[in-house]
Unconditional design. Structure first.
Ligand SMILES: N[C@@H](CC(=O)c1ccccc1NC=O)C(=O)O
Length: 292
């Protein structure tokens, strides 16, 4: 069924990822998610050299964390991770969880902070992640490749970075690859749901911040980027459709894109498992960077 034909309670259910997990009750899966991300981040902070709270702008909350490998290699890749949480939950403080297996392969991991709603609005968050990427490139100009990874709302923000008209910025980033994990690429369906309560997006805001509307701009700005659209087997039908349709639009535009339907995962485990070096998506990310 198309989202426009759904009753509001069905639409809200489709956009409540926790209600589709096969592992636990809705409240428990969110609690377990936050716990897993926190513990993973603590582990990474204890094992890696870190730079915490590096500013990328003058605004409140415009800070990022860097997880640094112990290496003498000249071939160092960098992954910028953009956290999820419906643009209203989570922060960079629990977003370093995937650093350990990457650091082991000489990859620098950056976890970006941005101003979640209700303090921040959609335009601000999009502007922040774009500026964070510019700042990282300016500080780490010697890296051999820049990659993006985002989960859920963070996959939306990563897709918005790929869709940037960089003429307004001081440099044009060369993003080699992007992992868009369980993302939302069309914001119109959530306008009438609880998700939009703190965001207070108007239709105009939702349209200008929807990657699905910006595929021609992405084609111009990120034609060389290798894009992976990953979705969980147990994501809701609407979430699965969002990924499928965005993948098809990128494919039709001639972009280098692949779709990964990750078996035995839900909206939360699909990203939590990046703490594990043997997880399918960890291996795929390292393979993309030529590291295995
Ligand atoms: N109402 C949402 C809540 C949610 O998405 C969420 C809540 C806390 C932390 C992260 C979340 N989502 C994805 O990262 C849900 O049903 O899952």
């Amino acid at each position: 069924m198309h989202w426009m034909e759904m009753k509001n309670d069905e639409l809200e259910k489709q956009y409540s990822p926790s209600r589709w997990s096969h592992r636990m009750a809705a409240d428990d899966v969110i609690k377990a998610h936050v716990k897993a991300l926190k513990e993973g981040t603590e582990q990474a902070r204890s094992l890696a050299q870190t730079l915490i709270n590096v500013p990328y702008g003058d605004g409140d909350g415009e800070k990022l964390d860097v997880y640094i490998p112990r290496t003498n290699s000249l071939d160092v890749n960098l992954v910028i991770y953009i956290h999820g949480g419906y643009w209203q939950f989570l922060s960079k403080e629990e977003s370093g969880f995937m650093a350990v297996p990457l650091i082991d392969k000489d990859v620098v991991v950056v976890a970006v902070g941005y101003t979640i709603a209700p303090k921040g609005d959609m335009d601000l968050m999009v502007s922040q992640v774009r500026r964070s990427v510019v700042s990282v490139i300016q500080q780490y100009s010697h890296i051999s490749g820049l990659y993006l990874c985002g989960h859920s709302a963070g996959a939306h923000l990563a897709a918005m970075v790929l869709s940037t008209d960089w003429s307004q910025y001081s440099i044009t980033p060369n993003i080699k690859g992007a992992f868009l994990v369980s993302g939302i690429f069309d914001l119109l369906p959530i306008l009438s749901t609880y998700v939009n309560e703190p965001l207070k997006m108007t239709e105009e805001v939702a349209v200008r911040n929807s990657p699905s509307q910006l595929v021609p701009q992405l084609k111009q700005s990120s034609s060389g980027c290798q894009i992976v659209v990953a979705v969980a087997q147990n994501d809701s039908p609407e979430f699965r459709k969002q990924s499928e349709e965005y993948y098809k639009a990128l494919e039709a535009a001639g972009l280098n894109v692949t779709m990964e339907d990750v078996a035995n995962t839900d909206h939360f485990s699909i990203i939590e498992q990046l703490v594990d070096a043997d997880y399918h998506l960890t291996k795929l990310l390292l393979k993309m960077m030529g590291k295995s």
